[in-house]
Design a protein. Structure first.
Length: 155
């Protein structure tokens, strides 16, 4: 199936809702070399009420540029709502977005760094041979707020 070319489409960002956006932003900045872009956000008022269908809501946070894609690369938008819903248990098989993946030079070193921030292992470290693609070492982990992160290294 062919799709029409549309040079006007560009992936922009993925949003993560955090209980503590500043701490989670520090985690992604320190652990994965994400870079803060533009100003911190403090969204509220009639336009946010209309956009979210949540009257009186206030949303704070910031965008972080993901590493490896240059100045126009995509961002992670980390926000905290004034009234967050309860956190769901971490699960790889929940329908919807499952995880963020980062290629890293050393999976073991990055794993220890995530653990030191209060993250946790979701699965075990594995190395697999993928026919036609190569050898891959990877692990699923949770960031300090339970969002799943995949660490991977191609050999």
């Amino acid at each position: 199936m062919q799709t029409p070319a549309n040079p006007g489409i560009r992936y922009a960002h993925t949003n993560l809702i955090a209980n503590d956006w500043k701490r989670l932003a520090d985690f992604y900045t320190q652990v994965f070399a994400c870079e803060p872009v533009s100003a911190e956000r403090d969204h509220h008022g009639p336009h946010i009420d209309a956009l979210t269908a949540m009257p009186g809501e206030r949303i704070r946070g910031r965008h972080l540029r993901l590493p490896g894609h240059g100045e126009r690369g995509p961002t992670i938008e980390i926000f905290t709502y004034a009234k967050n819903e309860p956190l769901l248990p971490t699960a790889l098989n929940r329908p919807g977005f499952a995880h963020l993946a980062f290629e890293v030079p050393d999976v073991d070193v990055k794993r220890q760094e995530i653990l030191s921030w209060g993250g946790k292992d979701v699965g075990q470290l594995v190395t697999i041979d993928i026919p036609g693609a190569g050898r891959l070492t990877l692990i699923y982990m949770a960031d300090p707020e339970g969002n799943i992160v995949e660490l991977q290294k191609w050999h």
